[in-house]
Ligand binder design. Structure first.
Ligand code: SF4
Ligand code: SF4
Length: 429
């Protein structure tokens, strides 16, 4: 007998999951070897792109009973989108996953506690830059006041799950925001999408992004009224809230005249680059078309040639961990490597499986700590194979995850994870 939840779930899938996109899948299986969860679960088809698409279709058609195992198949997906470039049929897996998570969120009964957490996270923290700034000020106080040292000493952090404890140990030292001086008008104008995490926890990296662009002769504009990109909302079944943030961002950038919109976080960049598809408006499409990531723009503006002429002193080996979204969605992997190869004194070595997900995937490492931990363990095998002094990344989540990996492996004395902007900046200045 079909129960009420099964019926509601099926109807929600019919309402929100696009059947045409599901039908694009030919079930060929070319995507299977690209999928980290398929590989890590011993080739379990349920945890593969093909299996998940089949499940989406089966729930939509009422052929599969909705239970915990079906939901788990969607929860375990990293959303890394490594399946997309591998797919000969061009299946839009990322869109299907967002629609599926939204359909589940709409139909599933949610406890009061979860509703409250979602409200605080998606309507508060990641919707409002001022609340985000306030929260980060608290973390800054926690770090600067000595409370952090005390809590570690008395073992207070032992009360929290391992994944949260690990994250606490690798939190970057938060620096105060510098006041910007008015810029003179230049021929090349770049609008900077600052991002919520990057503008708060990684404020120094944002500051350095601006300085690097100015060093290359660009005028950097920061349009007011920006919101979080909405990726976290979209990936967590909160599509309407993701669209709300997208509209706010498109409006914020709509009134300025510039040549590029630049961002320095791979995960945000992928979501921003799909605003055109998400909102379907001319303005959103224009926003997405103007978007570029920082490595691509630095290469375009000639930084590779410029740094290659700097004096050399031997520094060590550097390797690069791809941001899944920057690579799989925005197709950027050559430019970051070109920058690292041009950096004097550093020997660039490609690590095995550099393009594979590190297990960070937004807040996946907190929600799915076991699978995330297994993926990170695999990743660290690749890192150790090239014994780098620096692991460079292009996304704040990957950066923190690689820091966790380095700490877990006890490599902190010889290895550091750094954002590509910081790596380049420290070479030049
Ligand atoms: S998004 Fe990543 S984890 Fe999910 S099915 Fe595709 S490749 Fe696998
Ligand atoms: S998602 Fe693409 S690669 Fe995977 S089975 Fe379907 S058509 Fe084939």
């Amino acid at each position: 007998m079909v129960n009420v939840l099964e019926q509601r779930m099926q109807q929600s899938f019919v309402d929100h999951v696009d059947e045409n996109l599901l039908m694009d899948c030919m079930r060929c299986g070319f995507c299977l070897p690209a999928c980290p969860t398929y590989l890590i679960t011993g080739q379990d088809e349920v945890h593969s792109p093909r299996g998940r698409i089949a499940l989406m279709k089966a729930v939509r058609d009422g052929e599969v009973k909705w239970d915990g195992s079906v939901e788990e198949a969607f929860d375990v997906c990293l959303g890394c989108r490594a399946c997309e470039p591998a797919c000969p049929a061009g299946v839009q897996y990322g869109t299907l996953l967002e629609e599926t998570r939204y359909a589940i969120q709409e139909a599933k009964p949610t406890s009061l506690k979860e509703k409250l957490i979602r409200k605080v996270a998606f309507d508060g923290l990641f919707a409002n830059q001022q609340i985000m700034q306030g929260t980060v000020k608290l973390i800054q106080f926690y770090q600067a006041s000595g409370i952090q040292k005390v809590t570690r000493k008395v073992g207070f952090m032992e009360l929290f799950p391992d994944s949260l404890r690990d994250m606490e140990t690798v939190l970057p030292k938060i620096v105060s925001k510098k006041t910007r001086q008015p810029q003179e008008k230049k021929q090349l104008r770049v609008a900077f999408f600052t991002g919520c995490l990057m503008e708060t926890m990684f404020q120094q990296t944002n500051q350095r992004t601006i300085e690097l662009l100015e060093y290359l002769g660009a005028e950097v504009i920061i349009p007011g009224g920006q919101a979080c990109c909405g990726a976290l909302h979209g990936h967590s079944g909160e599509l309407p809230k993701a669209k709300r943030n997208a509209v706010q961002n498109v409006n914020a950038f709509h009134h300025e005249d510039f040549d590029f919109i630049v961002q320095n976080a791979g995960g945000c960049g992928a979501f921003l680059s799909e605003y055109g598809k998400l909102l379907g408006s001319v303005e959103a499409q224009r926003f997405s078309e103007q978007l570029t990531d920082i490595s691509s723009l630095l290469v375009k503006l000639g930084l590779t040639e410029k740094i290659a002429q700097l004096p050399k002193k031997t520094e060590g080996v550097v390797t690069y961990q791809d941001s899944c979204h920057l690579r799989n969605v925005n197709k950027v992997w050559v430019e970051p490597r070109a920058l690292l190869q041009a950096t004097p004194g550093w020997e660039f070595k490609e690590m095995p499986n550099a393009a594979g997900c590190c297990g960070s995937a937004g807040i996946y490492n907190l929600l799915q700590p076991v699978v995330a931990g297994q993926i990170l363990e695999q990743k660290m095998k690749g890192v150790k194979a090239v014994t780098p002094a620096r692991v460079v990344t292009s996304n704040p989540g990957c950066l923190l995850q690689m820091k966790v990996g380095i700490e877990r492996e006890g490599l902190g004395a010889s290895m550091q994870a750094v954002h590509i902007v910081d790596f380049i900046y420290e070479t030049i200045f």
